[in-house]
Design a binder for this molecule. Sequence first.
Ligand code: GRG
Length: 342
Amino acid sequence: MNDTLASYLLAIEDALRELLVAPEPLGAPLYQMMQYHMGWLDTAFRPVAAEGGKRLRPLLCLLACEAAGGEWRKALPAAASLELIHNFSLLHDDIEDRSDTRRHRTTVWRLWGIAHGINTGDAMWVLARQAVYRLSALGHASDIVLQVARLLEEACLELCTGQYLDLHFEEAAQVNLADYERMIAGKTAALLSASVAVGAVLGAATKAAQAHWRRFGLELGLCFQMIDDWLGIWGDPQVTGKSAASDILERKKTLPVLHALIWERERGYDDLAHLYAQPTLTEAHLPQVLGLLERAGAGAETRTRARAHQQQALDHLAAAGGRDPAQAHIRRLTEALVDRSH
Ligand code: GRG
């Protein structure tokens, strides 16, 4: 993220810190585990400046609000709520996936156990929902606050559906590309779409513009996840914070793998399908899997598909017709998406 966005990022951080304050000393470790996850504390709960994530969702929310004609500072509670929902879902996802690390650090459940991981995530979700009520104190009418709450609840349900499909596809024999897009629309794009939709509502965008903002966020999210899939195989582990080729070792049906499975099926091969049918994949299988992905052109195809969604996103962004400089910031973020390294 560049310096022009620094004032938004600082304000987001302040809003988040305000929400994660422990109300009483006895329960303080619950909040400290959340603060560890956010990158503010180390494992002994001492202040630290660790990587806390890109803060993409709150940033998009504030920029969309301003582009639509609103005052971005008045959208801060909603922006913070979006980031907490995202982080809550990561806390639970790390348990469901049994991930040892997140953003180069040991995961909360790995440090403090599964029960604390679940409970910390649950508390963060409640704090995310409570944050929305703070919009009233900033002068937003009740019907607007309700609209924001509804958008966030709908996105959460979509997140669960997307997560269900992701888990289910790991065991499913065949997954087609339409099913995959439905899964990532829920798992990733729904919250990004809600981020800009909430910003547009708080910026008092017209109903027609709101529809373009929503669609922009959806296309942006599809592009974002496809590049995430590409990074999960070919990204630099030092930069992504994920272990090398972990998506392959976990036999995840990400877009490059799906493409290669379909490519093989259409040509009467079953090399990759055979490998993926094994109970476990190890580091020793990696060169072979990577070779099969290469043969099917899986990396290039993934980037081509991501670019198509990026273009759709840019078209809807233009149609939403927001004002500069916020609109230009969003355009630049969207343009940088396909070539991101983490
Ligand atoms: C919301 C009620 C409710 C349940 C959540 C666990 C779950 C259900 C959903 C998990 C969904 C999931 C893990 C989606 C992945 C989304 C994604 C692309 C994460 C990475 O986002 P970045 O790159 O992360 O923005 P940073 O680290 O930058 O914050």
